[in-house]
Design a binder for this molecule. Structure first.
Ligand code: PGA
Length: 230
């Protein structure tokens, strides 16, 4: 299975999400190949987005962008994996923006992955080279079923900069992730993916899809990315 995953970050209110999905419904035409489409949205949008996706029969899933590292309990403001399990099947974790702005460590990301898996959600784990080995070791030490995870290589210099990484160097890192995880899970690339460069990444043996930030906010861009899968 190949993946097109959007990451809306802290963009889109419920109203804007409704407009996005309605526009997507009007613009959608079947891609040339079977792909799984997921959009990671703010928590506030998940329930309404699910209602619309069901009503409009859209072939897209809405997912979360983060989860609490704690199970249910006295943790004011936290959204648990159990809560998410009634709303989605996937959750992004370990994005470099969370590492940078919220001091998230590989240990915390490991805890999040564990709770997600215990609640039957697929963790979409973001990785960059400075902590790639450490993060995968953490997941292996926790004896998590990596075949139930998705990994995304997201080099910091490529995120939101308009300067995507070179596809050949991404393939080298993707093959390393594949080796470390015994080739049991999908590996995606993220960082300034556009309709112009997506084919370079999809062409590579170890890259099973992309995670797209900026270009997932506009429906026409997202639809063009979807049709780039052949
Ligand atoms: P970008 O974001 O596509 O805007 O570079 C990717 C991401 O942060 O996941």
């Amino acid at each position: 299975m190949r993946y097109l995953i959007g990451n809306w970050k802290s963009f889109n209110t419920i109203t804007q999400t409704t407009l996005w999905l309605e526009e997507f419904a009007k613009t959608y035409s079947k891609p040339r190949t079977n792909i799984k489409m997921i959009v990671c949205a703010p928590f506030t949008n998940l329930a309404e987005a699910n209602r619309l996706i069901g009503g409009l029969h859209l072939p897209i899933e809405i997912a979360a962008q983060d989860v609490s590292p704690f199970p249910e309990g006295k943790h004011t403001g936290e959204i648990t994996a159990q809560m998410l399990s009634e709303l989605t099947g996937h959750c992004l974790i370990g994005h470099s923006e969370r590492r940078r702005e919220f001091g998230e460590s590989s240990k915390t990301v490991g805890q999040k992955a564990k709770l997600l898996l215990e609640n039957s959600l697929v963790p979409i784990v973001c990785l960059d080279t400075p902590y790639l080995d450490e993060q995968i070791k953490e997941l292996l030490d926790l004896q998590l079923p990596l075949q139930s995870c998705i990994f995304v290589y997201e080099p910091l210099a490529a995120i939101g900069t308009g300067k995507a990484a070179d596809a050949a160097s991404v393939e080298i890192v993707a093959s390393k992730i594949s080796f470390l995880t015994e080739s049991v899970c999908p590996i995606l690339y993220g960082g300034s993916v556009t309709e112009e460069n997506i084919a370079l990444f999809l062409d590579k043996q170890h890259i099973d899809g992309v995670l797209v930030g900026t270009d997932s906010l506009s429906v026409p861009s997202f639809v063009k990315l979807m049709h780039a899968f052949i």
